[in-house]
Ligand binder design. Structure first.
Ligand code: GLN
Length: 285
């Protein structure tokens, strides 16, 4: 049956209600993807009749969304820090709360900063690319254990023309030279292994290794901290995203790893989210 744009959107919105928080927006994004048009086209042509292959593609996308597949994977794209990023099921979908980590990093990197910054567990490269865009005189290296994620991130850097962002496969900071980096940022896996949220909604379709680390969710922090601290120069900063219940314990882990000036910061929704510490400045500086 031939239906108008508006009818298709209304029907899909009704079906998607209860799957995520934005069913109408999700329906619009899926329809745009199915017919390869920008969102403005939907608003300009609500009475346009759609038929055939385009409608079948749209129906299939709605079916997949009903199974919980994240919109970002269905359309292959996600915006982060106003950057249009490719994402695939090999990468975590970048979250808006992680933009807070970028803000806090930029506050500690003067605009003319030179030198190297690393993003551990970079995934699609979201954090590394945002910093590379805002601080063109810096070199940023994103590291991920997944070769597939590194390929996605490298493709994003090329498409965005960010020649100062580089991506390599590796295990946290273990391959980095000692005492070189100005800053290390990371959004590691931190969800507790038994957390029921892992079997619900979008998280079910994201890479488990990017979400969860050990029974208490702290294994990645414990593993990455020693090599990260060793890779930082005197006065260098470490910033890590964490779960909203983990602020105190992650602060303690940072202090235990020898970092100073340790503090914890909330995200835009007011939830504890980013812990920060600093390597002692050298006596000479
Ligand atoms: N904040 C994400 C979530 O709970 C988890 C991201 C992560 O483990 N780094 O959906």
């Amino acid at each position: 049956m031939n239906r108008t744009v508006e009818t298709l959107l209304r029907e899909a919105t009704a079906r998607l209600t209860g799957i995520g928080d934005t069913p109408r927006l999700d329906a619009e994004l899926l329809l745009c993807h199915a017919i390869d048009r920008p969102r403005s086209w939907l608003f300009a042509w609500p009475e346009q009749i759609l038929e055939g292959e385009a409608v079948r593609r749209f129906d299939k996308l709605v079916e997949e969304r009903l199974r919980g597949v994240p919109i970002a994977y269905l359309v292959g794209r996600r915006e982060f820090w106003s950057l249009d990023l490719e994402v695939t099921p090999d990468t975590l979908v970048p979250r808006p709360e992680t933009e807070r980590l970028v803000e806090l990093a930029l506050e500690r990197l003067p605009p003319d900063s030179r030198g190297w910054v690393a993003d551990l567990g970079t995934g699609s490269g979201a954090i590394a690319l945002a910093i590379a865009r805002e601080r063109p005189a810096l070199q940023v290296v994103g590291i991920d254990q997944s070769g597939a994620a590194c390929r996605v991130a490298t493709g994003n850097a090329h498409r965005l023309g960010l020649g100062n962002a580089h991506f390599v496969r590796g295990h946290w900071a273990s391959a980095l030279a000692p005492s070189r980096l100005l800053m290390i940022v990371s959004n590691p896996p931190y969800v507790e292994e038994g957390d029921p949220c892992l079997s619900r909604g979008d998280l079910l379709h994201e890479p488990r290794s990017a979400l969860t680390a050990g029974r208490d969710g702290l294994t990645a922090f414990r593993t990455l901290l020693p090599s990260a601290v060793a890779a930082l120069q005197a006065g260098g900063w470490l910033l890590v995203e964490h779960g909203e219940e983990q602020g105190r314990v992650v602060e303690a882990l940072l202090r235990g790893a020898g970092l100073q000036e340790v503090s914890d910061h909330t995200d835009l929704a007011g939830r504890p989210r980013v812990a920060i510490g600093r390597v002692a400045a050298s006596a000479a500086s």
